[in-house]
Design a protein around this ligand. Structure first.
Ligand SMILES: Cc1ncc(C[n+]2csc(CCOP(=O)(O)OP(=O)(O)O)c2C)c(N)n1
Length: 530
């Protein structure tokens, strides 16, 4: 690689290209124009969400589906702060997204002289919510900084990173030495630990596998391992689909059902892969698997979070499962029969909890194929409905703001997903409250020509919060949002819009929308008596 005279903006974009970046999500502004000048000539696709938060969620959806870091580019101050919720969301769900913004110029006193977009401590704000952050102080540092951000995002537990380039450096010129991507090793636990775990597994007659988001890169190894040891598999929200939900060992998704506590109590060994066993997945309380819990996690600081492991295997989920598979031997046990039995009991829980959304999910299911992706919001139709009542069949198929629970995630994340996987069906599902947080992204999806069905399940307001107010016996206040003409809103933003009279019509509407020339907003009202 040769040394070349480049502006900071070009050095940045060249380094992104060197790291295989093919698409970025962002919004230009006065302070990042040199980046945009270089992007225009780079061959990198630019998607233009209408708000930086949407750009961040779209980059997150792109990363979750592609398995590669997403990139979000904003300008200074309010712009990067707009993306901050998306950075925090990516952090809590272990998604690698690189947030890039210019910062105040190098020589700025940083004591509040009223510079445009000045924030008291922009770097500090972002540093406090991402996994890795750096601010360069010269043009020459830029390629190495990009390489370090990618190394941080792709080593160990995936987390978002933040790169800040003082805005005066973006136009400054210097001799720039390129830095190739760092090749990161695959981490595996020691052979002794694998042997000890294999002994526990060999001694178990009723093993259970819990697969989290950290197992999404290990779908094949997880299936082989489950089949070899005869273990039923239940997934967290972020692991949904890692084992096809039609597989005879699959129990579907959702650790929060009351039956899961019985399932865990019945298992003589629980093997949890790539999951924090977090409260946001375990709504009814922690798992009780003391003394019979093997955990596999890439992150040594997470491998004992929320439940202390009997054996903690720190390593890449795929490599660790493959190593275990080699030493575990086949149990040939009764996994499939056990799974069938538990599945029936879990179905009862799921259909009871999601009763309002069962017909919607059944109708939607009919229009989806094997590789379908559902991009969900923090809405009841998603977590009471789709999470456990809509089967998905591939890893990286359920995009959901599990950890942070932020509203407005579903629509922009669907944009990122569809850009990452244009040949897969991508459907978004949101509530009538959440959609308004990022509704402007319908215009971005229309501009990008993405055939995304966007289902709005309308209960006339912030339904979950309304229910909580009622449950607490307090005033129902500030949760009624009235009724909007959502299809008309969608049409005004360049999309199709349809209103349905019943949830049973969702499947047909989605089938039509999947073949359309642009996004289609599908408005379905929840009926009072459902
Ligand atoms: C960014 C953000 N702001 C506020 C909340 C608090 N909150 C949680 S659920 C909810 C209501 C969501 O309403 P809607 O999207 O219509 O879904 P529903 O509960 O009606 O299914 C609110 C306001 C949140 N989760 N995220």
């Amino acid at each position: 690689m040769t040394v070349e005279k480049q502006t900071g903006g070009r050095a940045l974009v060249t380094a992104l290209s060197a790291h295989g970046v093919e698409v970025v999500f962002g919004i230009p502004g006065t302070h990042n124009l040199p980046i945009y000048a270089a992007l225009a000539e780079s061959g990198i696709t630019h998607i233009s969400p209408r708000h930086e938060q949407g750009a961040g969620y779209a980059a997150d959806g792109y990363a979750r589906v592609s398995g590669r870091p997403g990139v979000c580019i904003t300008t200074t101050g309010p712009a990067i702060l707009n993306a901050a919720a998306a950075a925090a969301q990516a952090y809590s769900d272990s998604v690698p997204v690189l947030f890039i913004a210019p910062g105040l110029p190098l020589g700025h006193p940083s004591n509040g002289n009223g510079y445009l977009h000045e924030v008291k401590n922009q770097f500090g704000a972002m540093d406090s919510i991402v996994g890795h952050s750096q601010r360069v102080t010269s043009v020459e540092e830029i390629p190495l900084a990009v390489a370090q951000c990618f190394a941080a995002m792709t080593t160990g537990r995936p987390r978002p990173a933040y790169l800040e380039v003082p805005l005066d450096l973006l136009d400054a010129c210097a001799d720039v030495q390129p830095v190739p991507p760092v090749q990161v090793p695959v981490m595996v636990p020691s052979p002794d630990q694998v042997r000890a775990a294999a002994e526990l597994i060999a001694a178990a007659s009723r093993p259970l596998l819990i697969a989290g988001g950290g197992s999404c890169s290990a779908a094949g190894q997880l299936r082989d391992f489950a089949e070899t040891i005869g273990a039923p598999v239940i997934t967290t929200a972020n692991g949904k689909g890692v084992l096809s939900e039609e597989h005879p060992l699959s129990l579907g998704a959702g650790l929060h059902h009351p039956t899961v506590a019985d399932l865990v109590a019945d298992a003589d060994l629980v093997i949890a892969v790539g999951t924090e066993l977090a409260p946001s997945d375990l709504w009814i309380g922690p798992l009780r698997a003391e003394g019979r819990l093997i955990r596999i996690d890439i992150d040594p600081t997470s491998v004992s979070t929320n439940a202390v492991a009997t054996i903690a295997l720190v390593g890449d989920s795929g490599a660790t499962l493959a190593a275990l598979q080699n030493s575990a031997g086949s149990s040939g046990g009764s996994g499939v029969e056990r799974a069938a039995d538990w599945r029936k009991r879990l179905r009862v829980d799921a259909e009871h909890e999601g009763a309002r959304y069962v017909s919607l999910c059944a109708s939607l299911d009919k229009s989806l194929d094997e590789g379908a992706i559902l991009s969900a919001d923090s809405a009841m139709a998603c977590y009471y409905g789709a999470l456990s009542n809509l089967p998905l069949h591939q890893p990286r198929s359920f995009l959901y703001p599990t950890g942070l629970g932020t509203l407005g995630y579903g629509l922009p994340a669907a944009i990122g997903a569809k850009v990452a996987a244009p040949d897969r069906q991508v459907v978004a599902m949101l509530g009538d409250g959440g959609v308004m947080f990022t509704v402007a992204e319908l215009a971005a999806a229309a501009e990008a020509g993405l055939a995304i069905p966007v289902i709005i399940v309308d209960n006339g307001g912030y339904g979950e919060i309304r229910n909580e107010m009622v449950d607490r016996g307090e005033a129902v206040h500030a949760v009624e949002l009235g009724s909007l003409d959502f299809p008309a809103l969608a049409r005004s933003l360049g999309c199709h819009g349809v209103a349905l009279s019943s949830a049973d019509e969702v499947g047909d509407a989605v089938r039509w929308a999947l073949d359309a020339d642009r996004p289609t907003l599908i408005h379905v009202r929840e009926s009072e008596d459902e």
